[in-house]
Design a protein around this ligand. Structure first.
Ligand code: ADP
Length: 796
């Protein structure tokens, strides 16, 4: 490195240089002007001899001092070279530039910073030119040192501003690229894509559009109206804002409709002309979809809410919800009605505040706490006095658990079970009655058996004593009739309750029915020493009735009066015509019926609990039968009584239109016909068959018995009976098939075949008629039935 001359050499040299001499000697006038020039300039002017030199320009010295705050002399005295005031960073470059100039003799031009007077750095520009002698040898360097700090700072500022602008541009670029909205810049009337951000590329399905006009880049846009808008914005320089625009875009292969919110914004040049359009917006498709779904969900949940509300408002059950602090947060219509409160009055209140008695409110509070603690439903039953009166409620409290597993509330439903309870109680009562009845039935059926057995013994032991035998027989007959009546009643009641009872209705005179009933009840009335008075309207009253059944009704009432009236009482049977109905009253002076028993007196198995009944017997079904039969006739029955002062039973029946034809038929029952016939009795019950045969024989008939269907056919062929009494349920061949076989034979055509069955239903009758039977008798067959039937056989 070339060693630089010290500053003092430059400004304060000791020996005058050749150049100085040349200038001073050769150019006196010029020198003056030269000095004037130096005086006038604001720059430091320096001279430098190639071998050391001095600067004696006073002005320069002054300016140097102004620049650096030190005189050249001071600097020299402190031993500093010019390089020492140069900024350390610039020192090497400055020294090298000077060394290069010296060694090459080329012009010198260097910039560096020197320490200024205020200890700040000043930017200077040092320039120098070599001055040569006539021989062309460098004799001196003349130069200037210019303080260019101001210029330089300006430059730095410019560069700083440029750098800042660049950084700003990059930031904007970044913002543009990463913006959450889609953006595109289009230039020119053809809207050529100049720049698009990532969102925009996503929107258009990743297509590369930069450099292409919009019509070419996004052909699917054509015809949707947006290109026209774009043209308009470009031409008019107006901004277009589109909200919820539906745009079909290809993405990436399929064309999808997107919901966009965007703005077309014109880009103006400095001169006010439009050079392009910026598109900027957001894709609302997903949001709208989510909104639609939300709206749908909301609508669905609203609907569900309405459905639940409708159900809850219309159920007869009470529904409610308690908050965890026991306040009612929901109560359905029925519950509000039961409380007699409005929604606003009840909601938010505790049960105590709603008006529950404290024991009741506290009980439910404890139960709510229990549900909260156990998270299990609890169930209970409680009576409550609400606007519906005192009712019994069955309730259940259920925990309501939220989505996060937290207990949110306690819900409940309550059902009014009063009716069910009553029904259950009634059923239990009926069941009790039935059990009582069965016990009674067993008892009542056994009662006649003992005297019958005794009678049999008497007949055996006293076979030779016709009086004793006759007495025994009478007694047995009485007991048996009683038993048959009991069983008949039972079967009748059962038929009525199962709706199997059939009436054989005819137009009959009430008087006949009454006379039959009186005849049937006569012995009981007579035996008890009662007095019976019968009073009927003088005009005949015609009823459309089943003779036997209606007679049964009246005889039941008369028998009851006889039974429940102390010996020697009075009984009245009267009838009154009232418009289209007749009221038949059976009145007695008996023990009467306690008021508490009256409402249920016509129920099945209903008996008033008192000792007298036990002695008179009965199953408690007589009045049920009366009621059933009367109602089947389209009538009604009622009872009035004062305990101890007799009873009155009233039967009301519709009256039939009078018929002109006089009443047909003779008195009931039909008169017996004692004619001898050949009769075949078929019954697999040997005793049944034999006893029937005995009875028929005693009536003067010739009787044969067989015990199965096949023998019946054989016997019929051999014996040729005029009448066959044919049981239906028979072994080998049943009664119907046996009848058919007999009817197929020539000799069987004219025989009278009567079916004997346990039940007398239409169906059975139809079956036996179809098989070829002429008639149908229900077991046990009474002697009256037989006589009536045999009487008819003559006419068959
Ligand atoms: P029962 O077989 O017990 O007579 P009913 O059905 O005929 O059965 O009568 C039911 C009950 O009604 C009887 O047990 C009796 O207590 C009472 N009752 C019926 N008729 C009379 C009456 N005329 N006077 C008093 N009590 C009667």
């Amino acid at each position: 490195m070339t060693k630089l001359p010290p500053v003092n050499d430059t400004v304060n040299g000791t020996a005058p240089s050749d150049a100085e001499i040349v200038l001073e000697a050769g150019h006196g006038a010029s020198d003056k002007r030269y000095r004037a020039l130096i005086e006038a300039t604001s720059q430091v002017v320096w001279s430098w001899s190639p071998h050391g030199g001095k600067n004696d320009f006073e002005r320069s010295q002054k300016w140097w001092e102004e620049l650096t705050g030190q005189s050249i002399d001071e600097q020299s005295a402190s031993g500093e070279s010019w390089l020492d005031v140069v900024h350390p960073d610039d020192r090497t470059a400055a020294a090298e530039a000077w060394a290069t100039a010296i060694s090459t003799g080329a012009r010198y031009d260097s910039k560096y910073r020197v320490r200024g007077r205020k200890n700040n750095w000043r930017q200077v520009r040092a320039r120098g030119v070599p001055v040569c002698g006539a021989d062309g040898v460098v004799t001196e360097w003349i130069g200037t040192l210019e303080d260019v700090t101001d210029q330089y700072e300006h430059l730095i500022e410019r560069e700083r501003l440029l750098a800042e602008a660049e950084a700003e541009r990059r930031r904007l670029e970044e913002v543009f690229r990463n913006a959450p909205s889609f953006m595109a810049v289009m230039r020119g009337p053809q809207h050529v894509f100049e720049r698009v951000n990532d969102r925009y590329i996503e929107l258009i399905g990743g297509r590369d559009v930069v450099g292409k006009p919009v019509r070419e880049a996004l052909p699917e846009i054509e015809g949707q109206g947006y290109l026209e808008l774009l043209d308009q914005v470009y031409q008019k320089g107006t901004t277009h804002i589109a909200a919820d625009a539906r745009v079909r875009l290809r993405n990436p292969s399929a064309e999808l409709e997107r919901v966009l919110q965007f703005v077309y914004q014109p880009m103006f040049e400095a001169d006010g002309t439009v050079s392009g359009v910026i598109v900027q917006g957001i894709d609302l498709t997903e949001k709208r979809l989510a909104e639609d779904q939300l709206a749908q969900l909301t609508a669905e949940s609203e609907l569900r809410k309405r459905v639940y509300e409708a159900i809850l408002s219309n159920t007869p059950d009470l529904a409610y919800v308690f908050s965890l602090d026991h306040r009612v947060t929901y109560a359905n219509e029925t519950l509000l009605k039961m409380w007699g409160q409005t929604w606003d009055q009840a909601i938010g209140k505790t049960l105590l505040e709603i008006g529950y008695e404290s024991w009741h409110a506290e009980m439910h509070s404890r139960e709510i706490e229990e549900v909260k603690a156990t998270r299990r439903p609890i169930r209970g039953e409680v009576p409550f006095n609400g606007t519906f009166g005192r009712r019994i409620y069955d309730y259940i409290f259920i925990p309501v658990v939220g989505a996060n597993g937290e207990l949110e509330a306690v819900a409940g439903t309550t059902r009014d079970v009063t009716d069910r309870k009553e029904t259950e109680e009634a059923l239990r009562d009926a069941d009790r009655k039935k059990d009582d009845f069965l016990a009674l039935l067993a008892h009542e059926l056994r009662n006649p058996l003992a005297p019958i057995r005794n009678g049999l013994q008497v007949m055996r032991l006293a076979a030779n004593d016709p009086d004793a035998v006759a007495k025994a027989r009478e007694m047995m007959d009485r007991q048996l009739s009683h038993m048959v009546r009991l069983i008949d009643d039972l079967l009748d009641v059962s038929r009525i309750t199962r709706n199997k009872m059939e009436l054989r209705r005819d137009e009959l005179a009430l008087a006949e029915i009454v006379s039959s009933a009186v005849e049937a009840a006569g012995p009981a009335i007579h035996d008890a020493g009662h007095e019976l008075t019968v009073a009927l309207p003088t005009e005949p009253v015609i009823l459309n009735a089943d003779f036997t059944r209606l007679a049964q009704v009246l005889s039941n009432l008369l028998t009851n009066s006889a039974k429940y009236t102390p010996r020697g009482g009075k009984i009245w049977l009267s009838a009154e015509r009232r418009d289209d109905e007749v009221a038949i009253l059976v009145k007695d002076t008996g023990i009467g019926i306690p008021a508490r028993a009256l409402p249920t007196i016509f129920d099945m198995f209903s008996q008033v609990d008192r000792s007298v009944e036990r002695s008179t017997g009965g199953l408690g079904i007589g009045l049920a039968l009366v009621k059933g039969l009367v109602e089947m006739h389209g009538g009604s029955v009622s009872a009035e009584s004062v305990e101890g002062k007799g009873s009155t039973f009233t039967v009301r029946l519709p009256v039939a239109k009078p018929i002109t034809e006089s009443l047909k038929g003779g008195p009931h029952p039909a008169t017996a016909h004692k004619l001898s016939r050949r009769i075949l009795v078929v019954d697999d019950n040997h005793d049944g068959a034999e006893s029937l045969a005995m009875m028929l024989r005693l009536l003067g008939n010739e009787v044969t018995t067989v015990h199965d269907g096949l023998n019946a056919v054989v016997a019929a062929g051999a014996f040729r009976p005029q009448v066959i009494l044919m049981d239906i349920g028979l072994p080998i061949l049943n009664g119907l098939d046996a009848t058919r076989q007999i009817r197929r034979e020539p000799w069987g055509q004219n025989m009278t075949i009567i079916a004997l069955t346990g039940w007398g239903q239409t169906n059975d009758r139809d079956l036996s008629r179809d098989a070829g039977c002429n008639g149908h008798l229900v077991k046990p067959v009474s002697i009256e039935d037989l006589e009536r039937l045999l009487g008819k056989v003559r006419d068959i």
